[in-house]
Design a protein around this ligand. Structure first.
Ligand code: NAP
Length: 542
């Protein structure tokens, strides 16, 4: 059974202009690839006269360009309808028995189960085995909880499954952690009829994207970012283009981008385009995990143990790169020697025999960028100044030291720079430095490993080094900015103005992603593809 891509459309009033606008949205949703429209009719019955609301609803349903769900959602479950339930059921009855009825009517279980009388009225308006009348509308019985997992989730589910008039069962609740998605997937595995199981909030994104993998009846997607009807709902374009929704099936492998926050990461764009190009059945999607060792450990241990998720690997970013190394040590996962020395890893891989490995492809990418720029395999004789002492700086310091360079570290907090130096192998020529030191003895290579210059950071227009220090560099010096949003950072602009050589952060980002791709798929990423996708995405963001 195909999982239906459903776009909710919420007209704000029953005014004719608003109905025309809502129908235009439905046509746009169809053109973008939707299968089903959910007409959220709550507002049509909230303010205007009921007759006008009902007439507008009947028009929307009759002129709907796609099969539709009619929903008059109660305020108690996240909608706008705060009127009388008897009146609401009477509307639903008339919609269900109209000349052009909706394909489905959605009603909350909490309302349906409130009285035998209400339930009976609903049964009269929908299709089921004992229906005497010629009715084609089917009932979706739904339960929503915006606070979190309902304590009585399983009892509620059983009660809903006991109702023979319910053709589809829907469960949606706010996710506290991405681990909650796993319970939804397990519920879908026990379904006895078409079932919708969705997680609300940023952490619920797995349930929305992976709905076809677990055989969900439908998933919801917003027409555009402004029109979401529940927290965490992706857009239809994101689902179809970014996450290749139509190609997801039971056998699809799941790869995550783990960090916090991660919703704006461009990793899924690159990797999913690559999977498509080499016909590798996998999807890369955001896996937000709250900061801290405990949430990271608990989540990773559940994801790696889950039997049907087919979790195959992950990119790991701020703030969990160090946590990945710690977890690998605890769990006995294979860690290469350089990654162990860096003390931070950005890649998790499940091997064909089910074992787990961690790697640091940032380090590989930095080495590639620098050796290509220098046209030689080593950095012997080069003096490298690294600005920053966090995860990227650690990868840069270990890599440059392994390639034979002398290292100087400049960091806002000098004690962190000291700690980095102390962790480098004995014999490496490495020191904590100041800008005065750099001016007195200019380095051949400067690597910015701070977020200074990043458009979404706290210092988007600043330089990580003073102009005076840049002035002191020799003309053949290399400025390597690891920041890639934007590519043209203030540091790169200043370096270009001085005719210095530059390496931009997108080069590193693409190389570390290509290395991850090869580790997960066993194949090279198609030549130039990640560069193209990244350039297009960054252009679209401007
Ligand atoms: P991190 O572990 O949080 O370290 C950040 C470092 O930057 C710390 O040393 C911090 O100093 C310093 N810093 C932060 N804000 C600063 C400011 N306003 N002024 C001066 N120093 C500041 O982060 P990370 O993982 O190393 O990542 C750092 C940057 O590297 C990221 O922002 C990203 O742009 C870039 N990166 C790029 C790629 C790529 O593929 N191109 C990959 C990884 C990272 P304190 O020690 O004093 O806090």
């Amino acid at each position: 059974m195909t999982t239906l891509l459903t776009v909710p459309i919420t007209p704000e009033s029953s005014e004719p202009d608003e109905i025309v606008r809502a129908l235009a949205d439905a046509i746009a949703a169809k053109q973008l690839g939707a299968d089903l429209i959910e007409w959220r009719l709550d507002s049509l019955f909230a303010g205007a006269g009921d007759d006008q609301g009902e007439a507008a609803s009947l028009r929307l349903i009759a002129e709907s360009p796609l099969p539709c769900i009619a929903t008059i959602r109660s305020a108690a479950e996240g909608g706008h309808y705060d009127g009388d339930d008897d009146a609401r059921i009477a509307h639903i009855e008339r919609l269900g028995t109209a000349d052009s009825p909706p394909r489905y009517i959605d009603l909350e279980w909490s309302t349906f189960s409130r009285s035998a009388n209400l339930a009976q009225k609903v049964r009269l308006a929908v299709d089921h085995d004992k229906q005497q009348r010629d009715i084609s509308t089917s009932l979706i019985l739904s339960a929503h909880d915006f606070e979190g997992r309902p304590k009585d989730l399983l009892r509620r589910l059983t009660a809903m499954r006991d109702e023979p008039a319910a053709k589809v069962i829907k469960i949606a609740f706010a996710m506290r952690s991405i681990r909650d998605n796993l319970e939804l997937f397990d519920l879908l595995a026990t379904r006895d009829r078409p079932t919708i199981a969705l997680g609300m909030g940023e952490a619920g994104i797995l349930s929305r994207i992976l709905a076809p993998k677990f055989g969900a009846f439908l998933t919801f997607a917003a027409l555009n970012p402004q029109s979401t009807s529940a927290p965490g709902q992706p857009t239809i374009t994101d689902l179809l283009d970014r996450y290749r929704f139509r190609s997801i099936n039971k056998a699809t492998k799941v790869i995550g981008i783990i960090g916090y926050p991660v919703s704006h990461s461009l990793s899924p764009d690159l990797h999913n385009a690559g999977f498509s190009a080499i016909e590798f059945n996998a999807v890369d999607l955001p896996m937000p995990i709250a900061p801290g060792w405990e949430p990271f450990k608990a989540t990773l241990n559940e994801l790696t143990a889950h039997e049907t998720l087919d979790f195959t690997g992950a990119s790991v970013t701020i703030p969990h790169k160090e946590n990945l190394v710690r977890l690998a040590q605890e769990n006995g996962w294979d860690t290469d020697e350089q990654t162990a020395r860096i003390g931070a890893a950005n890649t998790l891989i499940r091997t064909d025999d089910g074992a787990w490995q961690i790697r640091n492809t940032d380090a590989q990418a930095i080495a590639q960028c620098l050796t290509e720029a220098q046209g030689r395999d080593s950095l012997k004789g080069d003096s490298v100044a690294i600005i920053g002492a966090g995860g990227a700086a650690r990868a840069a310091a270990v890599t440059c030291a392994d390639l034979g360079a002398d290292i100087r570290i400049i960091n806002r907090s000098p004690e962190r720079a000291e700690a980095l130096i102390a962790d480098l192998q004995p014999g490496v020529n490495a020191h904590v430095a100041t800008e005065d030191d750099l001016r007195a003895s200019p380095p051949d290579i400067v690597i910015n490993c701070t977020p200074v210059g990043m458009s979404t950071g706290s210092a988007p227009n600043e330089l990580p080094l003073t102009e005076a220090t840049l002035d002191a560099l020799a003309v053949n010096a290399i400025i390597f900015d690891t920041v890639y949003t934007p590519i043209q950072t203030p540091l790169i602009t200043s370096a270009e103005a001085r005719s210095l050589r530059t390496i931009t952060g997108d080069a590193m980002f693409v190389k570390q992603a290509e290395a991850q791709f090869a580790l997960w798929t066993g194949k090279e990423a198609p030549d130039g593809l990640f560069n193209q996708v990244l350039a297009a995405r960054l252009k679209a963001q401007v």
